[in-house]
Design a protein around this ligand. Structure first.
Ligand SMILES: [Zn+2]
Length: 197
């Protein structure tokens, strides 16, 4: 446990970080650069931070082909970004589904509001397309009770892992699922924050 974690440098900003904090890319059998979010695909890996600007810089500076010794076919930055956000979105949705099966999710506006007021939840997830009035209502209480909140995808996407049509807000109870969702949602958010130009 105390051993130093393996470190890698980001192809975009060159910063050296523990592998666990970086986004991994590998070559698929056709030599295309593909993201490997679960870090399970075989072969040599290349890494960037979980940050839109680092991924874009890596593509623009042709760092992937350098890292893969010229064998790589690098998609455009736009395509790579959409692959990463799509996969990251799936990871978040899958974790929400597991947390829900384990009984660690509260959904439905009234129930979430109740739980939020009691301070019995670890984090709050709001769909991007929630109405601004509702968002403001939830965020005001979250702010008061010190509960962290995240934005995630759309109502339909937030509802589907729960087997519901639409969910504009979901709360996660404290525990390991909340911790892994906090990490995955931060990574998801990093690809939008400040990156829209
Ligand atoms: Zn970086």
């Amino acid at each position: 446990m105390a051993k130093a974690e393996p470190q890698r440098s980001c192809l975009g900003c060159r910063e050296v970080k523990p592998k666990d904090e970086l986004l991994r890319f590998v070559l698929d059998p056709e030599k295309n650069v593909v993201p490997d979010l679960a870090k399970r695909l075989p072969g040599r890996g290349a890494y960037t931070c979980y940050r839109r600007s680092c991924l874009e810089a890596a593509v623009v500076k042709r760092q992937f082909s350098r890292s893969f010794k010229g064998e790589a076919r690098t998609p455009s930055a736009v395509d790579l970004l959409s692959m990463v956000t799509g996969l990251q979105e799936e990871r978040v949705a899958a974790t929400i589904a597991l947390a829900n099966k384990a009984g660690r999710i509260v959904s439905g506006s009234d129930k979430v509001m109740d739980a939020l007021r009691k301070g019995s939840i670890a984090l709050l997830i709001l769909a991007e397309d929630i109405s601004p009035e509702s968002a403001a209502k939830f965020l005001a209480i979250a702010d008061k009770t010190g509960i962290e909140s995240f934005r995630f995808s759309e109502k339909e996407r937030l509802g589907s892992p729960l087997g519901k049509d639409l969910r504009s807000v979901v709360a996660v109870c404290p525990g390991p699922f909340a911790e892994s969702l906090r990490r995955e949602l931060k990574r998801y958010g990093n690809f939008f924050e400040g990156g829209a130009e």
